[in-house]
Design a protein around this ligand. Structure first.
Ligand code: PLP
Ligand code: COI
Length: 346
């Protein structure tokens, strides 16, 4: 039974699906976990998540491939990153093998919500975890809840492949030795004012600089950044205060191994950004979203690729990465986790 959804007009929003996974940590161990139809969470008024924002999350997608399989892209990487995040936030880490198993269960239970091949939509999975018992002194919770829900999504930025505009904000995202390298909810809470302000000023997103010197490019609120040099090299910021994007790491591999391009991770100064010929945001939600313009306090950088379409190299990276994800191009070993096969493709 296909769900009555107009897949091609989906934006990036929440749509309730049939099942979600939930597991609780208490007395030093995780319970077996179950699928439930209940999308609500009931908590004590003093739960660690409500008082001290002890929460973290992940994001990954399930795709319907050209040959009717349903696959997830590198879920082991999300499992590992969530484990690392939980440790940094003094939360009980959810075992990596159980994370992958829970992803599979949620996708299988919501197969009708995996958008058809070619629709431009995908099934977004949101694993998350929070401190669930009452705390009042500033200390970690001792009980946690891990959940995964699924929601079908379209492009993160309205207009899909149209280049977007960024601005350098007066706000910082992550402190040196802070939590910028993990996927803590608090990193997003503190970006909300900056994103609303950016939208009010007519920009799609903020491009954050390193907060120690405010000279180096870091990332946006929800994606890493890649640049293309005039001689077609891919460069991306090296920093220990940005999230290690799985999409970005995959793209660097694709650039080198599939496209024969040089790919380099290094410090990138804001003053050199005007020398690049293409720029794009990369992430699970953003996929590869071209950037046409960056404004830094009245100074405007317009990339030669323009405001109408993706640059040539960005397009090649996009086609190869999405080709791998949708099964049109052979994937490196271990990149696609098959969850179902012989599913209906239209
Ligand atoms: N940077 C931030 C701050 C993010 O929230 C995300 C999204 O997960 C990314 C980068 C991209 O990471 P990934 O490619 O693993 O989705
Ligand atoms: C993702 O790409 O999965 C993200 O988490 C980015 C954003 C929606 C927060």
């Amino acid at each position: 039974m296909k769900k009555d959804i107009d897949w091609s007009s989906l934006g990036f929003g929440y749509i309730k699906t049939d099942y979600r996974y939930v597991s609780n940590y208490k007395n030093g161990k995780w319970d077996d976990g179950v699928l439930t139809t209940d999308e609500t969470v009931t908590l004590n008024e003093s739960a660690g998540v409500l008082q001290y924002a002890q929460t973290c999350f992940e994001g990954l997608k399930a795709y319907r491939t050209v040959d009717g399989r349903v696959v997830c892209f590198r879920p082991d990487m999300n499992a590992k990153r969530m484990y690392d995040t939980a440790q940094r936030l003094e939360m009980a880490p959810f075992p990596e093998d159980r994370f992958i198993d829970a992803v599979e269960k949620v996708v299988k239970a919501n197969l009708d919500y995996v958008p058809p091949y070619g629709s431009g939509a995908t099934l977004y999975l949101r694993p998350y975890m929070f401190g669930s018992n009452a705390v009042i002194g500033v200390k970690p919770a001792t009980e946690f809840q891990f959940r995964i829900f699924a929601t079908p999504v379209g492009p993160y930025f309205k207009g899909g492949a149209k280049p977007i505009s960024l601005r350098v904000p007066d706000f910082d995202r992550a402190a040196p030795r802070g939590t910028g390298h993990v996927k803590a909810g608090l990193n997003y809470a503190m970006s909300l004012h900056a994103i609303v302000d950016a939208h009010n000023q007519g920009f799609n997103e903020n491009i954050y600089l390193d907060s120690a010197t405010r000279t180096k490019v870091e990332e946006t609120g929800g994606a890493n950044i890649i640049f293309v040099t005039k001689d077609n090299k891919i460069v991306t910021p090296k920093s220990n205060t940005i999230l290690p994007s799985i999409t970005r790491r995959s793209l660097m591999y694709v650039a080198e191994k599939y496209l024969g391009l040089k790919a380099e991770e290094r410090e990138i100064y804001m003053t050199e950004v005007s020398e690049f010929k293409e720029c794009a945001l990369c992430g699970t939600a953003a996929v590869l979203s071209p950037v046409g313009r960056i404004v830094d306090h009245g100074k405007e950088i317009l990339f030669p690729s323009g405001m109408e379409k993706m640059g040539e190299i960005t397009q090649k990276l996009y086609d190869t990465l999405t080709g791998i994800q949708m099964g049109r191009i052979d994937a490196p070993d271990g990149w696609l986790r098959e969850i179902a096969r012989n599913t209906v493709t239209v």
